[in-house]
Design a protein around this ligand. Structure first.
Ligand code: AMP
Ligand code: MN
Ligand code: MN
Length: 339
């Protein structure tokens, strides 16, 4: 099937249906939320009814974006009602059914069409329509394309949501998914009159002092392995509690050691709740780490992936680090020209 076929199928499904429910993955990020808001505005411009229901609440950093859109958080009765009211569920920024959290089992109780719009590599999608484009820097890039293909004008409100999504998923245009298409999209968004500087400030000014102290603690205890090419970070339940933090507060932490010269991979083992270890992996561009996570039941992208493991942090490290060590050992020495 050509890349255009799923998009055409989605446009067609949207044309034939009136009531839409949008969702994204658990612990939503800028791409999940920005894609939801932009899609909602687009569908509303097409005269559709739209509701947004997520497993988890909106983190404070994105409240400015979602405030006008009544994004709801999962409760059983609410979910039943929203599914009953809708013709189509559009799942954004994940193609893995488990990743929509508590909404997943609700699907089976309702006759609802599912459309998946995502840019992850690891799953096939569980929708009637699956618009899955791993080459997109963000799900929002696909949403932007869909809006541009339709007869709806791109508004500054849509552009703001899409910009938040693109900016966060590319690490402010620094990660390896930042390509010409991402910059062309940014230019198109900025041309609607949005203020990128203001958006960056809004998204990046929500830390508490406790969060920075926590970052400091975790970074001070970092281990540097594999001759400086692997950095390992750990956070214990006690550290989250003492600093008054939740899992979402680790956002950005795993990216910091990427600034150390020579680092290929950073691994964060974050245990918010005792016995549940969230593994976050980042590659600076040469090591493909998505396989490490997908083999354990998680997923992600070539250079940013994650998985939730049950057990101790030590056990999680035993399951993940030797494989990363092997991938690093297989690399050409840094600096040598690559094909
Ligand atoms: P994170 O480390 O949470 O920022 O996630 C990095 C990437 O991996 C993102 O694209 C996530 O969508 C993906 N990811 C994280 N955790 C999981 C998981 N448990 N299952 C599948 N994908 C995940
Ligand atoms: Mn995401
Ligand atoms: Mn994304």
């Amino acid at each position: 099937m050509s890349a255009a076929a799923p998009r055409a199928a989605l446009h067609d499904l949207i044309a034939r249906r009136a009531r839409f429910l949008l969702t994204t993955h658990v612990n939503p990020d800028g791409d999940g939320l920005g894609s939801e808001v932009a899609t909602a505005l687009w569908l509303e411009a097409l005269g559709k009814t739209v509701r947004i229901l997520n497993d988890s609440p909106v983190p404070p950093a994105f409240a400015f974006l979602t405030a006008d859109h009544g994004i709801e958080t999962f409760e059983v009765e609410r979910a039943e009602a929203r599914f009953a009211e809708a013709d189509v569920l559009i799942v954004l920024d994940t193609s893995n059914r488990q990743r929509i959290g508590r909404l997943a089992p609700v699907i089976d109780r309702h006759a609802i069409d599912i459309a998946v719009v995502d840019h992850h590599v690891s799953h096939d999608g569980f929708g009637l329509v699956n618009v899955i484009e791993p080459e997109a820097a963000a799900t929002a890039e696909i949403v932007h394309g869909l809006i541009r293909e339709s007869r709806v004008a791109l508004t500054a409100k849509m552009a703001e949501a899409l910009y938040v999504a693109l900016m966060t998923d590319t690490g402010s245009f620094r990660y390896s998914n930042t390509d010409g298409a991402a910059h062309r999209m940014a230019a198109d968004l900025i041309d609607t009159g949005i203020d990128p500087q203001r958006i960056h400030a809004l998204v990046h000014s929500h830390a508490t002092p406790g969060r920075l102290r926590f970052f400091g603690e975790v970074l001070s205890a970092m281990r540097v392995l594999e001759g400086g090419r692997l950095v390992v970070l750990e956070a214990a339940p006690e550290q989250f509690q003492r600093n008054g933090l939740v899992g979402a507060d680790t956002e950005g932490l795993v990216d910091m050691p990427r600034t150390i010269a020579g680092v290929e991979v950073v691994a964060l083992f974050s245990e918010v709740e005792s016995g549940k270890v969230k593994v976050s992996l980042r590659s600076t561009g040469r090591v493909a780490i998505d396989q490490v996570c997908s083999r354990l039941g998680g997923g992600g992208h070539l250079h940013a992936a994650g998985v939730l493991l049950h057990g101790t942090r030590a056990h999680a490290q035993e399951r993940v680090l030797p494989e990363i060590g092997r991938l690093i050992a297989a690399l050409e020495p840094a600096g040598r020209a690559r094909a």
